[in-house]
Write a protein that binds this ligand. Sequence first.
Ligand SMILES: CC(C)(COP(=O)(O)OP(=O)(O)OC[C@H]1O[C@@H](n2cnc3c(N)ncnc32)[C@H](O)[C@@H]1OP(=O)(O)O)[C@@H](O)C(=O)NCCC(=O)NCCS
Length: 247
Amino acid sequence: MASTASTAPIRPARRATEQEQTTNSVIDPSARVHPTADLEADVQVGPGTAIWHRAQIRRGARIGAECIVGRDAFIDEEVQIGDRVKIQNAALVYHGVTVEDGVFIGPNAILTNDRYPRAITSSGELARAADWQVSPITLRTGASIGAGAVVVAGVDVGRFAMVGAGAVVTRSVPDYALVAGNPARRLGWVCACGARLVDPATGAPAPAEPEPGAEFRCPSCERRYSYVPDPEALLEQSPVTGRGGPA
Ligand SMILES: CC(C)(COP(=O)(O)OP(=O)(O)OC[C@H]1O[C@@H](n2cnc3c(N)ncnc32)[C@H](O)[C@@H]1OP(=O)(O)O)[C@@H](O)C(=O)NCCC(=O)NCCS
């Protein structure tokens, strides 16, 4: 699931259409945009990015380099998406969401934008854009959002945090935290590589609520972290050399 959105061929690099040129869209010539994708005005798409079947990219959205936008994905107005982001099939990314570099958004995940939505005003008229109270969401570098998860408006998902499949995230998630369920609760902690962190002495999974200063190890790539409760975070202690991985 986490690889490409489909195996069907997509259109190779193309020049911006006349319409895109007149509407200030900037589509890098190396980007691949499927003919059925719907790109509105003022959209930017960076080099090497692929946009698959029937994806809708709304006005003013900006998508960085080497991203994948899956089939039927929806990117709302002015959404900002960094580099090397994977947005899987049918994910919905609404106005007010910022996606930093290297984020994974699973299939059918929903990133919302109004915590108390209404279709109509209190006088019964159709609610317009100005009637919406947008509470922004930021997905920090390297975070992963599981398939079918819902992120409620107004929360941040920290660096390299991981949200389980089907979770409903109602509170901000610290860096490297692993959360799941409805409402999402912390199960433990994950490494930048994605593996669950363990107690270096016992090999047991890092607890959801560690003691201040507790140290954890990644059994997969050997990165080490220590728990800092205020502000709550994991700090990476010793970068691993020679394994690729994030800087
Ligand atoms: C959250 C997740 C990372 C946990 O994986 P894990 O570390 O192997 O966890 P385990 O399977 O050992 O489960 C630990 C506990 O959490 C529960 N749990 C696991 N995933 C859960 C989820 N998504 N929602 C609710 N509870 C979950 C398990 O039932 C188990 O509970 P128990 O201890 O009461 O039996 C994984 O289940 C998940 O959801 N990954 C996202 C997958 C995804 O969406 N991929 C998208 C690409 S297609």
